[in-house]
Design a protein around this ligand. Structure first.
Ligand code: ATP
Ligand code: MG
Length: 458
């Protein structure tokens, strides 16, 4: 076993004895000659003056005898004539169970100062998505411990969902709640393009510092575009490593937008034409390559994935938001408008949808959820009328019911970040939309008998 590990390691380190040399260096790309390369090959650059100055780069364009590379890290210090080796193993990362509880960079190098991580297996970074015929049906509920989602936007094991929101609306907080409260045995968190300062804050504040079953993969905003792009794929490979052991994995990534921006940088530098919002066409084909790798595969485990998508100025027609929505099987939209009213988590239930919900919940749950959504929409629709007191009680029976249950609904939709609710308790609570309140005959329209049980603190 040990020998095998060593062999794998050597194989991965093995560099060809033939090498090429750097012929041109620009701010974002490097030209080399002397190597026969293919697109996507990994090249190791080593400085002639200083053996320790090394970096990895990827072949992104080939023309005549020249290959054009996009580097994974800074290229300061490299000079014309420095050596370029073709890496035999291609794009692989070393993974193992030791990753649990750790914070690492896309190459699985520790970022938490807790010592080296020994690889037990090498996983390719770029892989084909799950074969369509091998995709298992989503038929089991994936409880996330957030009442609004479990009750009204129920997720399934192996589902892919997007969390769409503007900046500062509450994505990270909601992500943290999902990671903390869901019962998946393995959790993989990819933080792509976040400000470096936010990482320890996210771990401490949103995850509560509990990491035993979690791997956090980080590529911050100051990392190279290639690092941010492949950071997301590396994180998916880690999730796949656990999935192949038959485990149910929660994969959560913040944010798809920063990942797309990294590809925009790479694509534009290579001369791709910019389209809407400057995104080159390759961005749109890259999103399914990543997202379609999540899901349920027959005979193996599952990857239930949540991707956050930043919507600029809350504009839902943003190309990245649009493309993500078409690939994912559900979207949770967070509204700034709700935060203005102090409603947290600010999930806009009217604009959100879980496409698998209907297949995985009971009929009773379906009816309750439908009723909740309908009453909530009615209130929203008549908000102005109600506020100015122009509505005459008794004119519309359903609206009267909605008014009577307003308080209950509002309480139901609110949840503090440290609260966690069991799925069954959430459904019991949801039943109050149907039974708890007798039609009020008094003028106190906001009153409700609804009582919320104590949340199950974990
Ligand atoms: N469930 C909640 N309960 C109370 N406050 C919340 C909740 N969710 C979010 N907030 C408030 O909203 C603020 C912003 O949240 P958060 O950092 O999660 O947003 P974000 O969308 O990730 O922001 P950014 O775009 O900067 O990454 C938090 O500092 C917190 O005060
Ligand atoms: Mg955030």
């Amino acid at each position: 076993m040990e020998l095998n590990k060593l062999r794998q390691k050597l194989k991965n380190e093995n560099l060809n004895s033939i090498f090429g040399e750097i012929t041109k260096i620009s701010a974002t790309s490097i030209e080399i000659k002397g190597l026969k390369t293919g697109i996507g090959d990994i090249i190791k650059l080593i400085s002639n003056e200083n053996e320790h100055l090394q970096t990895l780069a990827m072949v992104v364009e080939i023309k005549d005898k020249f290959s054009y590379l996009s580097p994974f890290s800074f290229i300061e210090g490299f000079k014309i004539g420095d050596r370029a080796f073709l890496s035999d193993a291609g794009m692989q990362i070393g993974v193992s169970d030791e990753l649990l509880g750790r914070v690492v960079d896309p190459f699985m190098r520790p970022k938490d100062g807790k010592g080296a991580i020994e690889a037990s297996k090498f996983m390719p970074i770029m892989r084909a998505p799950i074969d369509a015929m091998k995709r298992g049906l989503i038929e089991e509920v994936f409880p996330v411990g957030v009442k609004t989602i479990d009750a009204l936007l129920t997720c399934g094991v192996g589902q892919k969902l997007g969390i769409f929101a503007g900046s500062g609306v509450g994505k990270s907080t909601l992500m943290g709640m999902i990671v903390k409260n869901s019962k998946a045995p393995i959790k993989v968190v990819a933080l792509i393009g976040e400000r470096g300062r936010e990482i320890p804050e996210f771990i401490q504040k949103n995850l509560g510092g509990k990491l035993d079953d979690t791997v956090i993969i980080v590529a911050t905003s100051d990392d190279s575009a290639l690092m941010r792009k492949y950071g997301a794929f590396c994180a998916m490979s880690v999730a796949e490593y656990f999935k192949e052991q038959g485990k149910d994995v929660l994969f959560i990534m913040d944010s798809v937008t920063r990942f797309a921006m990294a590809q925009r940088e790479i694509g534009l530098a290579l001369g791709e034409p910019p389209t809407t919002k400057g995104y080159p066409p390759s961005v749109l084909s890259l999103l399914p390559q990543l997202m379609e790798r999540a899901g349920k595969e027959e005979g193996k485990g599952t990857i239930t994935a949540f991707f956050t998508v930043l919507v600029d100025g809350d504009d839902m027609s943003d190309p990245i938001a649009d493309q993500s929505r078409s690939i994912l099987d559900g979207h949770i939209v967070l509204s700034r408008e709700l935060t203005d009213f102090g409603i947290y988590p600010p999930i806009n239930i009217q604009n959100s949808a879980s496409r698998v919900m209907g297949d995985i919940i009971t009929n009773e749950h379906k009816l309750l959820a439908r009723k909740f959504k309908r009453l909530n929409s009615l209130l929203k629709e008549n908000e102005v009328l109600l506020r100015i007191g122009a509505y005459q009680k008794g004119s519309d029976k359903e609206l009267d019911e909605a008014i009577a249950k307003k308080d209950f609904m509002q309480k139901f939709l609110g949840q503090n970040p440290e609260e966690s609710f069991e799925f069954n308790d959430t459904i019991e609570l949801l039943k109050q939309i149907d039974t708890s309140i007798a039609m009020p005959n008094n003028q106190n329209l906001g009153s409700s008998n609804a009582t919320l049980p104590n949340p199950n603190q974990k």
